[in-house]
Design a protein around this ligand. Structure first.
Ligand SMILES: *Cc1c(COP(=O)(O)O)cnc(C)c1O
Length: 245
């Protein structure tokens, strides 16, 4: 059977191992494993390999190049929950929403302009509200991606005023080279405290998207609800992370 063949595959085995480690990290931090979403980050990987992970029962995938996602999504079942996790340029908002009807989340909203464009594009297409995370620059280093921690309350307020967007929480990639330190995780967590206080919402209403292959267990222990795991599931990528979209 196709499903059991897939279960024996290397990638399916790696997925199971990651899910097991997530479960253990959740237990160490006294949380239910179901409270932690694992986004399988499949950038640069062929559709056949995503299919293997899908056949192993996984439904949540992340991509960070618009062009690549728009090409892959129609080749895969539409019950996939896609997360867009890359730097989103204004002129890519429409193609992204038009090309991926089952886009569930954009994790990288880092200014009002992109929030407004997403809000309008959702309205124009007439689809259900799009879930979004506000991306925070927790490294203190100049980088294009992420609002400064001091600006995050205002941006969250703005996102919550967009009727076609559903605010879900805060996201960080850590340092510009994607490595994350415990300090980055702490910073994101204190941003959440500020947001929850200012908006009078509970922490359950403000998720944390942090943690990748190298540090997802630590991230979970520090409060992450959404880990983005690529190479530990799919194997090393063959071309660099940073390329033009
Ligand atoms: C590529 C990527 C990941 C996954 O990185 P791995 O180290 O391969 O797990 C996570 N988040 C973002 C934003 C990415 O671009």
């Amino acid at each position: 059977m196709a499903a059991s063949a897939a279960m024996d595959g290397v990638v399916a085995a790696a997925l199971r191992s990651v899910l097991h480690r997530v479960q253990q990290a959740a237990e160490r931090s006294s949380r239910a494993p179901q409270q932690i979403r694992v986004v399988a980050v499949s950038k640069t990987k062929p559709v056949s390999v995503l299919r293997e992970v899908y056949d192993a029962g996984h439904r949540c995938f992340g991509e960070n190049y618009v062009q690549e996602l728009v090409e892959k999504a129609p080749q895969l079942p539409d019950d996939i929950e896609w997360h867009f996790i890359g730097n989103l340029q204004s002129n890519k908002v429409k193609p992204l929403l038009a090309g991926v009807p089952n886009l569930a989340y954009v994790e990288t909203v880092d200014d009002e302009k992109i929030a407004n464009l997403l809000d309008r594009a959702v309205a124009n297409i007439g689809r259900k509200p799009l879930k979004v995370f506000v991306q925070v620059n927790t490294s203190g280093e100049p980088s294009k991606s992420g609002v400064e921690p001091a600006g995050c309350v205002d941006l969250v307020k703005h996102v919550r005023s967009c009727t076609n967007l559903e605010f879900c929480g805060l996201m960080t990639i850590g340092m510009p080279d994607y490595t994350c330190t415990p300090e980055n995780f702490k910073t994101l967590s204190s941003c959440r405290s500020e947001v929850c206080k200012a908006l009078e919402i509970s922490e359950e209403q403000c998720e944390l998207s942090m943690g990748m292959s190298a540090d997802f267990e630590l991230a979970i222990e520090m409060g992450s609800t959404n880990v983005r795991v690529g190479s530990t599931i799919f194997g090393a990528r063959e071309y660099p992370k940073k390329q033009n979209q």
